[in-house]
Design a protein around this ligand. Structure first.
Ligand SMILES: Nc1nc2c(ncn2[C@@H]2O[C@H](COP(=O)(O)OP(=O)(O)OP(=O)(O)O)[C@@H](O)[C@H]2O)c(=O)[nH]1
Ligand SMILES: [Mg+2]
Length: 321
C-alpha cells in the first residue's frame, strides 16, 4: 500500500532532573551542596533524503521521541545531554503542524529543520546556594520536550504525468517508455496506486484513471492527482478506439481544472493510444479531431516501436521548452 498521508507525533526529549546532594567525605562531615544539573533533552529534526521515496516507514511507527537528558548526580556531575536525532522523509513531503495549521515542504535546499525542541535540564541544588541559603534542599525537575502532531503528505516527484480515463493504456505506455513493469489489464481501474518509471533522466508517473466526478470522489477519486502536481508535462492519453474523443478529453480536463487550475495550465501532449487497433484513414481523421483540442497531439501503439520512439522524442522536446 502506498502510504502517502500519515499523522505522527514527535516529541523532544525531556530534560534530566537536577540532583539534591551534599558533599560527604573523610574530611567533610557536613559539606556544601553538590547536586549536579540535569542534561538537556534531545532536539528532533526532520530532513529530506533522495534514497527514501515513500512514507511507508510511518505506517506502523507513528511516534518519534527524542532521547531524554540524564539526571544530575552528586559531586556536581551533570546529567548527559540527550543526543539530537533526525528523522528522514522523501523530498517533496508536505509537513503540517496540526496545532498551528502551518505547512511547509521538504525540498532539497531545506536542510535540517527543527521540529521539536528538547526540554532544558533542571538545576541541581548546588546552583541554589547563596550567602543566606547554604544548604538548599531543593532542585529543579527537567522540562518536558516540545510535542508536535504532524501530518506528512507525500507528493511523488515526477517530471511527466500520465493521465486519462481508465483503461486507455496509460500503464502500458509507462511500460513501453520506461523500465517499469506496472500491472496492465483489460478493465478499468487496473492501476490502484501510482507507478513510476524512468525515461533517460525523467521520472514518469502513471496514476489511476480519472472519471467524470473524480473530484467528488467517484471512481478512485482525485486523490492521486496530487502526485502529478509537481510535473512539468502531462501526457493526456485518449483511447483511439473511442467514439467520443472530444468528451473523453473534456472529462479529464474538467477534473484537472476542478482539482487545481494549476494542473490544467501545465504543458500537455495528447496521445491517441492503441493506434494499431484503428485503420490508418480513420486514425488520421481522429488525429485531426484531437489536434483541434490541442495541436500538440500524436498517435502511439505500444506494439509499434517506431511510434514509441517518436513519442519519446516528443516528450523530451516538450520538457525542454
Ligand atoms: N492493441 C493494443 N492494446 C493496448 C495498447 N495499449 C494498451 N492496450 C491494452 O489496453 C488495456 C488497458 O491497458 P492499461 O495500460 O492497463 O490501461 P490504463 O489506462 O493503465 O488503465 P487503468 O489503470 O485501469 O486506468 C490492456 O488490455 C492493454 O493490453 C496498444 O497500444 N495496443
Ligand atoms: Mg493503469
Amino acid at each position: 500500500m502506498l502510504t502517502d498521508d500519515v499523522v505522527i507525533l514527535v516529541r523532544g526529549g525531556s530534560g534530566g532532573n537536577g540532583a539534591v546532594s551534599f558533599r560527604r567525605n573523610g574530611q567533610t562531615a557536613k559539606g556544601g551542596p553538590d547536586g549536579g544539573n540535569g542534561g538537556k533533552g534531545a532536539n528532533v529534526y526532520v530532513e529530506g533524503r533522495d534514497d527514501i521515496t515513500l512514507l511507508s516507514q510511518f505506517q506502523y511507527k507513528k511516534e518519534i521521541f527524542g532521547q531524554d537528558g540524564g539526571n544530575g548526580e552528586k559531586q556536581n556531575k551533570y546529567g548527559k545531554n540527550g543526543q539530537d536525532s533526525v528523522f528522514y522523509v522523501p523530498f517533496g513531503t508536505k509537513i503540517t503542524d496540526l496545532a498551528e495549521g502551518k505547512s511547509f515542504d521538504i525540498e532539497k535546499e531545506s536542510g535540517k529543520i527543527l521540529i521539536a525542541k528538547g526540554g532544558e535540564g533542571g538545576r541541581g541544588n548546588n546552583e541554589f546556594k547563596s550567602s543566606t541559603v547554604q544548604a538548599p534542599r531543593y532542585r529543579e525537575l527537567g522540562q518536558k520536550g516540545e510535542e508536535k502532531k504532524l501530518r506528512l503528505e507525500l507528493k511523488l516527484i515526477a517530471d511527466v504525468g500520465l493521465i486519462g480515463l481508465p483503461n486507455v493504456g496509460k500503464s502500458s505506455l509507462l511500460q513501453a517508455l520506461t523500465n517499469a513493469h506496472p500491472k496492465i489489464g483489460d478493465y478499468p481501474f487496473t492501476t490502484l496506486e501510482p507507478n513510476l518509471g524512468v525515461l533517460e533522466h525523467l521520472i514518469i508517473a502513471d496514476i489511476p484513471g480519472l472519471i467524470k466526478g473524480a473530484s467528488e470522489g467517484r471512481g478512485l477519486g482525485d486523490k492521486f492527482l496530487k502526485h502529478i502536481e509537481k510535473t512539468t508535462v502531462l501526457l493526456h492519453c485518449i483511447d483511439s478506439t473511442s467514439q467520443n474523443l472530444q468528451s473523453d478529453y473534456k472529462t479529464v480536463r474538467d477534473e484537472l481544472r476542478v482539482y487545481n487550475p494549476a494542473l490544467s495550465s501545465k504543458r500537455e501532449l495528447v496521445v491517441l493510444t492503441k493506434s494499431d487497433l484503428t485503420d490508418k484513414d480513420k486514425l488520421d481523421e481522429k488525429l485531426k479531431i484531437v489536434k483541434k483540442l490541442n495541436k500538440n497531439s500524436t498517435c502511439v501503439s505500444v506494439i509499434d516501436d517506431k511510434s514509441v520512439e517518436i513519442l519519446k522524442a516528443k516528450i523530451l522536446e516538450l520538457i525542454k521548452k
